[in-house]
Design a protein around this ligand. Structure first.
Ligand code: SF4
Ligand code: SF4
Length: 304
């Protein structure tokens, strides 16, 4: 039994992550490293220091506050965190020292009671709108024991519970909760194995096998989510192939998620590098063509 979960965000009154009014719970930790990921703070399975560069007013108080000398001025006069020296210390004096609130830790451990207490005030909204809770991430199934407990403990609340998954998880540890979810948003980025590995850090073997297993149990609950990424999968051939594969599995719904670079600054805040080219965008006409191609195979398709 997993008594607490590492969560990096909770968003209330969400209307995009499933039916009705919802709370989206972002679970931290993901086995993939998609180059375009807009939530890089959700990837590592531990709390991570973020120095939010756009908020930093260069007071340099963090430099003197850190007992481990982990912060120094860089060439252009900005505080720079040396992540090898940072001990993620429990006192986190750098965080408290910053008058601009430019330092934070992404990821906090919450107990089941804390999470349930957090969502309880929203119960009337969920009830009136037939909404509920969506687990997102990161990859929620990395913490599937906690989600199991959550579903068991809240079974009398009448919540709709859904999950957004990248599909990369251990099927044997998660299959017994598959039937407890009301819906799945299941990422399918591309069918080609080598290309998948090059852009996400991992092949898609487990992702495809899990989708096949899941669709045997509940194809009607699955919406396949396809991020449309320039230079990766934005071709008619790839869209046709994905649509054909979904049809073979009996899946009826597919949503297209056009690439955006809104998460780019977060890479800098985490001290890492954004590996997508600058100024990429998805052409609206091309998107419409993809939508038509997919719909022509009989799938219900929309763009989000
Ligand atoms: S699967 Fe999602 S959360 Fe994980 S790295 Fe890819 S885009 Fe980010
Ligand atoms: S978390 Fe602690 S060790 Fe890391 S930079 Fe802040 S004060 Fe220094």
């Amino acid at each position: 039994m997993q008594t607490r979960a590492l969560i990096f965000d909770i968003q209330d009154l969400s209307i995009q992550d499933g039916p009705g009014i919802r709370t989206t719970v972002f679970m931290k930790g993901c086995p993939l490293r998609c180059r375009w990921c807009s939530n890089p703070e959700g990837q590592a399975s531990y709390p991570e220091l973020m120095h939010i560069n756009t908020l930093c007013k260069k007071s340099y108080k963090c430099i003197s506050a850190c007992p481990y000398n982990a912060v120094q001025k860089n060439d252009i006069g900005c505080p720079q965190f040396n992540r090898d020296k940072c001990k993620s210390c429990t006192t986190r004096e750098c965080v408290d020292s910053c008058p601009s609130h430019a330092i934070k830790f992404a990821g906090k451990y919450l107990s089941l009671d804390e999470l349930i207490g957090r969502i309880k005030p929203n119960l009337p909204f969920y009830k009136n709108s037939k909404g509920g809770v969506t687990f997102s991430g990161g990859e929620p199934f990395l913490q599937s024991d906690f989600i199991k407990e959550f579903i068991n403990e809240t079974s009398s609340f009448g919540l709709s519970v859904g999950v957004e998954t990248c599909g990369m998880f251990d099927w044997s540890g998660s299959k017994d909760i598959a039937d407890k979810f009301d819906f799945f948003y299941y990422d399918l980025k591309c069918l080609e194995r080598t290309m998948h590995k090059s852009y996400t850090g991992s092949t898609n073997d487990a992702i495809l096998s899990n989708l096949e297993n899941l669709s045997k149990l509940c194809a009607d609950k699955i919406t396949v989510s396809v991020p449309v990424i320039p230079g990766f999968n934005d071709t008619e051939i790839q869209m046709k192939a994905i649509a054909g594969y979904c049809n073979e599995l009996g899946i009826k719904k597919l949503r297209l998620l056009p690439y955006h670079s809104l998460g780019e600054n977060k890479y800098l805040d985490l001290g890492s590098e954004y590996r997508m080219e600058k100024n990429l965008s998805v052409d609206q006409k091309q998107l419409k063509t993809f939508l038509n191609i997919i719909e022509s195979t009989g799938l219900k398709c929309w763009v989000e």
